[in-house]
Design a protein around this ligand. Structure first.
Ligand code: NAD
Length: 360
């Protein structure tokens, strides 16, 4: 079997960490007797520089023809003054829209050896292992009507609309239950049903879908309670599913529990092809120095194996290799403790590939 992987490194450290993830996938392929064909394509600032647009049609074609997409990061100060439609992040937003990627998965896992990098106390954060699933294509960020009215008296009024159809809720709820099934079989659906009618429909639909998953324990949590519980007792959560705006905020809150941005992978699922990318951006402050942490990109490759190719054991193997290397004390600068050995991007990639090969 040969899998086609569209590779979109993008800008800044995206170009440094993505090659390490590819080396890990190549090593997995060798061990599992599976072929990977990597097809590189331009996106974001790199694509703007080459052809004036952040998501060239050729890139979209490469993505549509692939089994999965491995994405780096886009953006940077060079393009900050570009007009709205020509900003690098339009490349990522365009991909999500064109490929109908409506479910964003972000794990927030506290690695035992990095507990002290968390801003929370060890006793609170130890054992945290949460998956936040955020609806990505509906709700407040896309709802109509939207806009600003300017009045003759100098005042103004701005509107955004939070709208969801039962179909949009149902499909992301299903992702929530399916993912919970692969994890601890507990799903918290987060809403604001005491105030918002949109949330009342959300709760009704999630409850209905939940009847098809009697093996998954469903609870409904109000978003304000969830925000508090995440910092008070994060271990109470297994899988969380929520709408776009709440998910945007809660997934960042959950992310900091785990320590560094350099450790966090993500997946966007929905249409026929999934997109896998580190949560972090292009890190202009360290780009080009060879010091970026490639683990978020490598764990994104593990999510690609798990969720796009159903190669569960290989995904486990990659995650174990990452843990082994961290256990051996090696750290990139962002997660280094005082006095520990610090390695660069490439060296961290080498160590993880070697740890992976040692398991074969
Ligand atoms: P960022 O994630 O790029 O950086 C935040 C901080 O975390 C920086 O100090 C950076 O050095 C550090 N960091 C991030 N990833 C790291 C890694 N792998 N290893 C070590 N340290 C790491 O966020 P930002 O500074 O707000 O944004 C920079 C640029 O990235 C902006 O142009 C922004 O629009 C873009 N961005 C893109 C994406 C994406 O493509 N998905 C996401 C977020 C930000």
């Amino acid at each position: 079997m040969t899998y086609r992987i569209a590779v979109l490194p993008g800008d800044g450290i995206g170009q440094e960490v993505t090659p390490e993830a590819l080396r890990v996938l190549a090593a997995v392929g060798k061990g599992a007797g599976v072929g990977f064909e990597f097809e590189q394509a331009l996106v974001g600032g790199a694509a703007i520089d080459a052809g004036g647009t952040p998501l060239p049609p050729a890139t979209l074609d490469v993505c549509r023809a692939a089994h999965a997409i491995l994405f780096g990061a886009v953006g940077g100060p060079r393009w900050d003054d570009a007009p709205h439609e020509q900003r690098p992040e339009r490349g990522l937003l365009g991909l999500r829209k064109e490929l109908d990627l409506y479910a964003n998965l972000r794990p927030a896992k506290c690695f035992p050896m990095l507990v002290d990098a968390s801003p929370l106390k060890r006793s609170v954060v130890e054992g945290t292992d949460i998956m936040v699933i955020r609806e990505l294509t509906g709700g407040l960020y896309f709802g109509e009507p939207r806009g600003v009215e300017r009045f003759a008296d100098g005042g103004s009024r701005a509107i955004n609309t939070m709208a969801y159809t039962s179909r949009e809720i149902e499909r992301v709820a299903r992702v929530g239950f399916e993912v919970a099934r692969k994890r601890g079989r507990r799903l918290a659906s987060v809403d604001k049903a005491n105030v918002l009618v949109v949330s009342q429909l959300w709760r009704e639909v999630v409850t209905r879908v939940g009847r098809e998953y009697p093996d998954v324990a469903l609870e409904h949590v109000l978003v304000d309670n969830c925000a508090m519980a995440l910092v008070r007792r994060p271990t109470q959560f297994d899988t969380i599913v929520t709408e776009n705006t709440f998910g945007d905020i809660l997934s960042d809150e959950a992310a900091i529990l785990a320590g560094s941005m350099g450790m966090l992978p993500s997946a966007s699922l929905g249409g026929t092809v999934g997109l896998f990318e580190p949560v972090h951006g292009t890190a202009p402050d360290i780009a080009g120095k060879g010091v970026a942490n490639p683990i978020a990109a490598i764990l994104s490759a593990a999510m690609l194996l798990r969720y796009a190719l159903n190669m569960t054991e290989d995904a486990d193997r990659v995650e174990r290799a990452v843990v082994r290397v961290l256990e051996s004390g090696h750290r990139t600068a962002d997660i280094a403790g005082p006095g520990g050995p610090v390695v660069g991007t490439r060296e961290m990639g080498d160590l993880i590939v070697r740890a992976l090969e040692a398991q074969a």
